[in-house]
Design a protein around this ligand. Structure first.
Ligand SMILES: O=C(CO)COP(=O)(O)O
Length: 249
C-alpha cells in the first residue's frame, strides 16, 4: 500500500516567519494518514528542520549537487541535506532543467547522490505546452523517465512527480483524463523497467496549480498518490485543505 504524500515546494518564496505554518500543518494533520513534506529554500532548511522536530511533518530540499563536496560555490550537497536532518530532495524540477540547463543525465546523477546520502529523491518530469500541442507528451515522458531515473529505483528511495510545465503557476490544470493517461503510462513504463514489486510501491505525484478547490478531484485518480504543490504550500490555510483532501481520498 502506497502512503499518500503531499509535498510543498516553496521555490524561492517564504520567510523565516513563514515557517510558522509547519506547526499549523502538524496540528491540523492529527492522525491523518497522508504524509506531509515541506521543501523550503536552502536558507531555511535548518530552521525548518528545527521547527518540524517532534512533529510528523517532513522537510526536504529543492535541489542538490551531483557531488558530495567540493569547489561548487552556491551549491549544497545531498550529505549536507541529510546532515541537518532533512529526508527528501526534489531533483529535476522543470524550473531547474530550464534555468540551469539540467539534462536528464544530470537529474539521474542528482538522484544517485540523494540515494547515496540516504535521502528520498523526488524526481520531476513533465512536458511543455509545445510537446502537448504536438501530441508528443508520452514520448517526452518516456524519454525523461528513461534518462532521469537511475537503475535501482525503489519505493523508498524515489518518488516520481509529473508536472506538466504549462500547468505550473498558471492556474491551468490538465483534464482528469489527461492526468489519468499520463499517470497510467508512467506506472506502466516503470513496471516494464523495474518490475511490478518496485512499481507498486513507488509513489506518483501530480504537480501544477493544485489548489484546495481542485485537489479532491485530482486525488480521485487511481495512479495519483499525492501532489507536489507550489504556491498553495506557502500557507497552512491552503496546504492543510489539500492534505485533508488527500487523506480522505
Ligand atoms: O512547480 C510546482 C511544484 O513543484 C507547482 O507549482 P504551482 O502549484 O504553484 O503551480
Amino acid at each position: 500500500m502506497r502512503r499518500k504524500l503531499a509535498t510543498g515546494n516553496w521555490k524561492m518564496n517564504g520567510s523565516l516567519a513563514g515557517l510558522d505554518m509547519l506547526a499549523d500543518v502538524a496540528t491540523a494533520m492529527g492522525s491523518d494518514s497522508a504524509e506531509a513534506v515541506i521543501c523550503p529554500p536552502s536558507a531555511y532548511l535548518m530552521p525548518a528542520v528545527t521547527a518540524a522536530q517532534g512533529t510528523s511533518v517532513g522537510i526536504g530540499a529543492q535541489d542538490c549537487h551531483t557531488e558530495s563536496k567540493g569547489a561548487f560555490t552556491g551549491d549544497i550537497s545531498a550529505p549536507m541535506i541529510k546532515d541537518i536532518g532533512a529526508t527528501y530532495v526534489i531533483v529535476g524540477h522543470s524550473e531547474r532543467r530550464e534555468a540551469h540547463a539540467e539534462s536528464d543525465a544530470d537529474v539521474a546523477r542528482k538522484a544517485q547522490a540523494a540515494w547515496a546520502a540516504d535521502l528520498t529523491a523526488i524526481i520531476c518530469i513533465g512536458e511543455s505546452e509545445a510537446d502537448r500541442s504536438a501530441g508528443t507528451t508520452l514520448d517526452v515522458i518516456a524519454k525523461q523517465l528513461a534518462g532521469s531515473l537511475p537503475d535501482g529505483c525503489t519505493g523508498d528511495n524515489t518518488v516520481v512527480a509529473y508536472e506538466p510545465i504549462w500547468a505550473i503557476g498558471t492556474g491551468k490544470i490538465p483534464t482528469l483524463d489527461q492526468i489519468i493517461e499520463v499517470h497510467d503510462f508512467i506506472r506502466a513504463e516503470l513496471a516494464k523497467r523495474f518490475g511490478s514489486d518496485v512499481t507498486d510501491a513507488l509513489r506518483l505525484l501530480y504537480g501544477g496549480s493544485v489548489k484546495p478547490d481542485n485537489a479532491a478531484d485530482i486525488f480521485k485518480v487511481e495512479n495519483v498518490d499525492g501532489a507536489l504543490i507550489g504556491g498553495a504550500s506557502l500557507k497552512a490555510a491552503d496546504f492543510v485543505p489539500i492534505l485533508k483532501a488527500l487523506s480522505a481520498a
